[in-house]
Design a protein around this ligand. Sequence first.
Ligand code: 3H9
Length: 697
Amino acid sequence: MAKVDVEALGDVVVVRLSNPPVNALAHGVRTGLQAAVRAANANPAIKAIVVTGQGRAFSAGADIAEFAAGLKQPGLPEVIDELEASAKPVVAAVNGLALGGGLEVALGCHYRVIDRSVAQLGLPEVKIGILPGAGGTQRLPRLIGVEAALDMIVSGNFINAAAAEKNGLADRVAEGNVVEAAVAYARELVAAGKGARPLSAKRIEPSSIPSDLFDKGLATLGKHPSGPMAAKHCIAAVEAAVGSDYRSGVAREAALFAELAASPYAKALQYAFFAERKAADIPDIGKDVRPRAVETIGVVGAGTMGVGISLAFLQAGFPVTVVEMKPEALERGLGRIRETIASNVKRGRMAQDKADKLLSGLTGSLDFNDLRNADFIVEAVFEKMSVKQDVFRKLDAVAKKGAVLASNTSTLDVDQIAAVTGRPEDVLGTHFFSPANIMRLLEVVRGAKTAKDTLATAMAVAKRINKVGVVAGVCFGFIGNRMVEAYLEEVQAMLLEGATPAEIDGALEAWGLAMGPNAMMDLAGIDVGYLIRREHPLSEERRRLYRVTDKISELGRHGQKTGAGYYTYDGRTRIPDHAIVAMFEEEARAQKINRRTLAPEEIVERCLLRLANEGAQLLDEGIALRASDIDTIYLTGYGFPAWRGGPMWQIENAIGLEETAAKVRAYETKYGPRWKLAPLIEKCARERGSLATAGKG
Ligand code: 3H9
């Protein structure tokens, strides 16, 4: 239950925020803190107050789940103001995470003692589309300086105790028990006659900062991951701290906070925060299903994916054995792993001793027998059923009992792969996204015979390698790539109708996507889709839509790797190519399509609706457990902007399901069966239901 625990240690009272797991500042915590401060001030025997947190966190901030319903009184700003107004000195003992409202509580305290080894401090509100709204934008610049505060608030990044010591956030850094250190410090302060020291009483002189600081901050924002509003409002709030009294600054902070809190971007980002965590919840797998122990990893294949996957495991501290068939391929792969780690060291992202330690866990081999001790083996060989099945037969022969056998297939039937082994219960898909050491998504594909603990193990492993595991059922392309198929098909149609690759990419990138579809295909390789289309039976419609792209591939223009695809390339820079537009013009003439200019809004709408319509179909088929899983896949694996919530969130919350159904029907009338409305959207629109409650999850 959300509350605070109060313990009197002689003349110092320790107030512990207690709301597991991270002491979010729910109503009970706020009232508890307020009451404890009042009681301590009313008790003549108490000379000082120490505020700390229960467990691993000081506090991770306001309870995000409470935002939707509106915060009950007393609000956090009032509680912190009252804490700061305490006549008796208040010392924060920062025992772990102090984030958002949690750090704002620490800033409301008069002094801060910070744990050396575990503390992390930050104001990450911008990442959920808001700003520090409990005085943080006013108190932090008063404490550590405007520039340093601006950086922390606009980036949302965390700092550790050493950095806090350097920038003045910490009065003391504690090596051992931080609460004991804070209590001792409080007594020292009392003995020295040092009392309350409210930050809000300080004034920041405008002359103390560069005159162009805020203009520069705005000019260098670029595409901020929080969308178009939050970072700008953060800058405006900090600006309000300069040259003004605390009261007027905090009033400006509150007004800006209210604007952000009401924005669709904040709602989308907060939805995304919980969606990501919900993905770990699998309805038929309770806490009684224990993941298997995983200490050692095997990777089969040292191509691009095998290298990325090996790096992901090595960087999380796992020893990895990589098996290849040919010595040159093995050496090339191991070389790329070593180069990536060396470049991380060179760029200051990793210490040399850590790199040495990671690389000491890397073994290369040409012999499948060397995988006999591996607990978790990922196959990352050529995307062809016969090749994958051959690998799984070999793995079945050598892997130890209970080892998880995972395929990194992006499209193939995991059940057919499992069927060649004598242990299909140990087999599943782990679909990594390229570059696998960087992309956060891991689609975990549950086969018909995958055992519950095999699935639980893969989800636990995903977490250990800092990935977001999302469960998918077996179908061609699983969740992400099946939706991409629909999306790319629509892109082909628009290219024929008159949009250029640059217009399509430009429209979607301006809307927020990290990369437009044509640039994405050029990066992934146009030949990849071409080969897949040749392996699978295609409808006449698809054949027609992909005719030009197939020709582009046949010309050897496979994308960035060949220096030309939909664009030509100067290094990584795209250059629009008239020859490609001419190919689409010619094909349009042959297909009797009248070319026209497509507005950016139409481009975005058609892409979004095709994605979401296919997503609803996947939800209906039970391939995806819940709409939020689909969105999580798009946000973490496909460069969809989190501040737009995801394709499913968009149709439900930005467009509306009835409107979506009407639009899709209109497109169906115009373009035919590829626009068939997903029955689930139709049903939800008719019954005023919600996709959020439609799945099995
Ligand atoms: C704020 O403070 C506004 C103020 O400025 C002004 C107010 C007026 N609320 O991520 P994990 C839950 S805004 C509610 O899996 P980790 C989380 O859902 C807030 N719940 O663990 C999960 O629950 P479950 C500013 C929260 O170790 C569980 O805790 N603060 C909150 O990987 C464990 O979380 C932030 O934006 C919360 N604030 O990461 C911090 N935080 O087990 C957001 C966590 O049921 N939080 N939960 O799924 C984080 O960044 C990470 O959760 C954290 C832990 C780093 C704390």
